[in-house]
Structures are given as structure tokens and as C-alpha cells.
Ligand binder design. Structure first.
Ligand SMILES: Cc1ncc(COP(=O)(O)O)c(C=O)c1O
Length: 495
């Protein structure tokens, strides 16, 4: 006897306990009995079971219907677990500026805030053309229009890190690219390595998916290079990716070729892929060089995340990308299709910006980038020269990006319990707002942004100086602090 006559109906229940139960029963009958009477008995038994289970379901439904009579809508675990440390720390600060002084906010990593840094005409006219062409109002493929991906592949292509349009996925900003990479490589219960101090979004994305984050230390006295031994010691059997951020927020550090190679070596030795956050690519001060980490790896697969946000000064346009570098085909088809599947969650990034991408990437003049970097570098030099003379402070001269970390010598300011206290009091007395190091998992520092107009930069630093002078509690700096200052300031000051 064949099974076909009995298989159809139960299959409708295959994914429920009930369906499994019925299917098992009927299959058992068909395979083991020929006698009509036995069959009838078994079918009857099955029906009894079927109806009893139906009744239980009915009763359960009735009970649950009753419990649904009142509203009880709760946020999902995913939403509850999504925490941006910067937001929660800043929300808990008591920010009361001194009414007699205008507020200078050195806290926001948005280069457009003050209006002194704006996209150039080539960038804005590319957008105008994209809108007026009416060609980009529909849905694009979720990974992006072919010609936009081609433009990114061409722009990011390096002989040592070749790219095809298929290696590019367009995203809604770099944070979306990072999310896609983390979710594409890591399962709940596994872990990723992240830099400390570091940008908070890695933790925000990971924790929401119950992915553990393990921090590796950056060393302020070595220009915020990675403590390689510490990084390697953090890797375990559950480590699914190492996140690198170069140039760095909040440190403003730029890694040398040699150092990047050493990082790649750690990843290679332990067979862990790299997620490279390179949103500040090329944003390096004169005399420094940016090396995409993918150009230094022949074996380690690398997902590089970038976008228009910082270099092109358009954070609000939300255009980012993932570049897949996988010369040994280690990611293979599986990871690529996983990333593609993830791109379908929001059905692709902004099409108007995608339409403008080829022109933006090809036509933006070099002078635009040079001018922006010069502005930020000049501010870095000014801020450093003022803050470095302030007893109790220990600024670390950046080499790129848009930020500077400033150490607070705790013993010099015994009145303050920690960096949060320090920034709150600075705001209430001097109306200068900086983010406490805690936002980057690095207490006893504060971060300043360097994209403000020059007069404001000077004014803000002078006020910080006045504040520190008023609260300084040591007559002479301790010798250990002097040594610390010397070590931290070993990077040459460039104008
Ligand atoms: C290091 C770093 N990565 C990623 C991002 C997010 O970039 P986007 O605005 O393109 O999502 C930022 C934004 O400040 C950042 O500083």
C-alpha cells in the first residue's frame, strides 16, 4: 500500500505538535497493517486524539482570549536591548549652562553643525540633477543600482585590494553597513572584539542581538595604537569578528601600514575576519597616510564599511557601503548571500543619493577634501597648543578624523569624582559641552570635536583653561604626571 492517500491532510499540520502527532499515527497504520478492522480501530483512535487535542486548543484559546481582554503591549526584547551608551550617559548628565556665557558644544560629531563646513557645489548639484532627472524615484535593487555600485567599486579600487561592483553593497549610512556586517557574521552567543576607547555603535548593534562585545585596548602613549597582545588575548573560540576603526572616533588616530599589517597578522593567526570601520577614510592630516586595511591582507577576509558621511560632509544623506574583500574566497557564496538577504530588510538605501553617487565620487575636487582637512588640522593644532599648557590636562594630538581626546589628571582635580562630574561642572560654569570619556568606555578623558569655526575653537579652549585653572588642586604637577604628559605628547605637532 502506498502512503500517498494518508499523507496529504496531515501535512497541513506538519509544523505544529498537533500535526506531527496525527501524521505519525496515520503513517504507522499504513505501514504496518493491512487488515481493514485494525485500520478502522486506529483511525477511530486517531480521531479521538484529534478531537481531544482540538478541544484542548479550543479551551486554551478561550482562556487566552480572556487574558487578552486588557491591553498589555510591551517593547520587544530586541528594542529593550538596543541601548546607545552615548544617549543614556548624556541623558543622565545635568547640563545647565551658565546663562552669562553662550553655549559652545564640542560634543556633536556632525561636521555640518556650525555651517563652516559644507558640501561643495559639485556634490549638491549632483543631487539636484538626480532629483530633476526623475530617474531615481523608484525602488532600486536592495544592494543598490548597478551603476552606483560600479562607481563605488571604481572609487575604492586599489591594485592591492581590487573590487568589482558585486563586492559593493550600498547601505543607509555607515552605521547600517556596520549592522549588516555584524549581523551577517555573528550569531547570538558569539562575540566580537571592539576598540576601547571606541565608537559606541558597535556595542549598541551587538548587544541588541545578544552578541557579546570584548574590548581590546588602544594605547594613548603610542598614538592610540592597538595593544596587540591584549587584542590577541581577547580572542576565543566564539570570536566571530574583529572590529577596527581607522582613522578613529574618538581618538583621531591614524594607523601606520606596519601597525595595520600587525593587526591583520593577529586576525590571520586566529582565523577571524575583520570588520573595518573606515568612515573617516582619507581624513588624515598633512604628512599622514591612510591605508585601507584590505590593501594589507591577502588572506584575512575583510568587510570594509564606509560612506559619504564624513569625507563628503553629508551625514544626513545616509549613504554608506560595505566593501567585500575576500581574495581567498573564505566568505564564499554563503556570506555574500547572507549580506544580500540582510540588505533586503530595508529594501535598499536612498535612491536619489544613489543616482548622484557616480558624479559625487568622480567630480568632487581634491581641493575640497584638502580644505576641510586643513580646517580641522588647524583647529587640532590650536586646541592642542592651548590645552597642553593647562596643568592637569593631557591632550593627545590627533593625526586625522575630527576629534581629540583629552586626559584629565584625577589628582589635579580632586573635587571631581569622575569625567562626568568634570564635564557637568565645565558646562555649568563655562557653557562648554564636551562628551565624557565614559561615552567611549574610557573614563577620565573627555572628547572635543574639531570641526567648529576657529574663533569658537579658541574661545572654547580658553574657557576650558580658565575652568581648569580655577579647579586645579595641586601646586606642582607630580613627577609621574609629568612623565605621563611627556609620553602622551610624543607625537610631533604639525601645522
Ligand atoms: C567611527 C564611526 N563609525 C560610524 C559612524 C556612523 O556613520 P553614519 O552616520 O554614516 O551612519 C560614525 C559617526 O559618527 C563614526 O564616528
Amino acid at each position: 500500500m502506498t502512503r500517498s492517500g494518508f499523507e496529504l491532510t496531515p501535512c497541513n499540520y506538519a509544523t505544529t505538535m498537533r500535526g506531527i502527532f496525527c501524521q505519525a499515527d496515520l503513517t504507522c497504520i499504513t505501514s504496518s497493517a493491512d487488515s481493514k478492522s485494525i485500520k478502522t480501530i486506529f483511525i477511530s483512535l486517531t480521531r479521538i486524539c484529534f478531537f481531544s487535542i482540538e478541544s484542548v486548543y479550543f479551551l486554551l484559546g478561550f482562556v487566552s482570549m480572556k487574558t487578552k481582554r486588557s491591553w498589555n503591549v510591551k517593547p520587544s526584547k530586541f528594542a529593550v536591548n538596543t541601548v546607545n551608551p552615548i544617549r543614556s550617559i548624556v541623558d543622565n548628565l545635568h547640563i545647565n549652562p551658565n546663562a552669562a556665557k553662550s553655549v559652545i558644544s564640542l560634543s556633536i560629531g556632525d561636521p555640518t553643525t556650525f555651517g563652516n563646513l559644507q558640501p561643495c557645489p559639485e556634490i549638491t548639484s549632483a543631487i539636484v540633477e538626480s532629483v530633476t532627472s526623475a530617474e531615481y524615484n523608484g525602488y532600486a535593487p536592495s544592494t543598490g543600482y548597478r551603476k552606483s555600485r560600479e562607481a563605488v567599486a571604481e572609487y575604492a579600487f586599489r591594485p592591492d585590494a581590487p573590487l568589482e561592483p558585486e563586492d559593493v553593497i550600498l547601505t543607509s549610512g555607515c552605521s547600517h553597513a556596520l549592522e549588516m556586517c555584524i549581523l551577517g557574521l555573528v550569531n547570538p552567543g558569539q562575540n566580537i572584539l571592539i576598540p576601547r576607547p571606541g565608537f559606541s555603535i558597535y556595542k549598541t548593534i551587538a548587544q541588541s542581538m545578544e552578541i557579546e562585545t570584548k574590548s581590546y585596548d588602544l594605547l594613548p602613549n603610542l598614538g592610540w595604537q592597538v595593544d596587540l597582545a591584549h587584542m590577541e588575548s581577547q580572542i576565543d573560540s566564539q570570536t566571530a569578528a574583529i572590529v577596527i576603526n581607522n582613522p578613529s572616533n574618538p581618538c583621531g588616530s591614524v594607523f601606520s601600514k606596519r601597525h595595520l599589517k600587525a593587526i591583520v597578522e593577529v586576525a590571520n593567526r586566529n582565523c577571524v575576519p575583520i570588520i573595518a570601520d573606515e568612515i573617516y577614510e582619507d581624513f588624515v592630516f598633512r604628512g599622514e597616510e591612510f591605508h585601507p586595511i584590505a590593501t594589507l591582507s591577502t588572506h584575512v577576509p575583510i568587510l570594509s564599511c564606509g560612506g559619504l558621511t564624513k569625507k563628503f560632509l553629508v551625514p544626513g544623506w545616509r549613504m554608506g557601503w560595505v566593501l567585500i574583500h575576500d581574495r581567498q574566497n573564505i566568505f564564499g557564496k554563503e556570506i555574500r548571500s547572507g549580506l544580500q538577504a540582510l540588505s533586503q530588510r530595508i529594501i535598499g538605501s536612498n535612491t536619489i543619493v544613489q543616482g548622484a553617487l557616480p558624479s559625487i565620487l568622480q567630480d568632487t575636487p581634491e581641493t575640497f577634501f584638502e580644505d576641510n582637512i586643513e580646517t580641522v588640522q588647524r583647529n587640532a593644532v590650536l586646541a592642542y597648543s592651548i590645552l597642553n599648557d593647562v596643568p592637569g590636562l593631557c591632550p593627545v594630538m590627533p593625526k586625522g578624523a575630527m576629534y581629540m581626546m583629552v586626559g584629565i589628571q584625577k589628582t589635579s582635580f580632586s573635587q571631581f569624582k569622575h569625567d562626568m562630574d568634570f564635564v557637568e561642572c565645565l558646562m555649568s560654569e563655562q557653557s562648554v559641552f564636551c562628551l565624557p570619556g565614559r561615552c567611549f568606555d574610557y573614563p577620565n578623558y573627555f572628547r572635543i570635536v574639531l570641526t567648529v569655526p576657529e574663533p569658537l575653537m579658541v574661545e572654547a579652549c580658553e574657557r576650558i583653561k580658565e575652568f581648569c585653572t580655577n579647579h586645579y588642586t595641586l601646586d606642582t604637577p607630580t613627577s609621574s604626571f609629568n612623565t605621563e604628559m611627556l609620553l602622551k605628547n610624543q607625537m610631533p605637532l604639525q601645522v
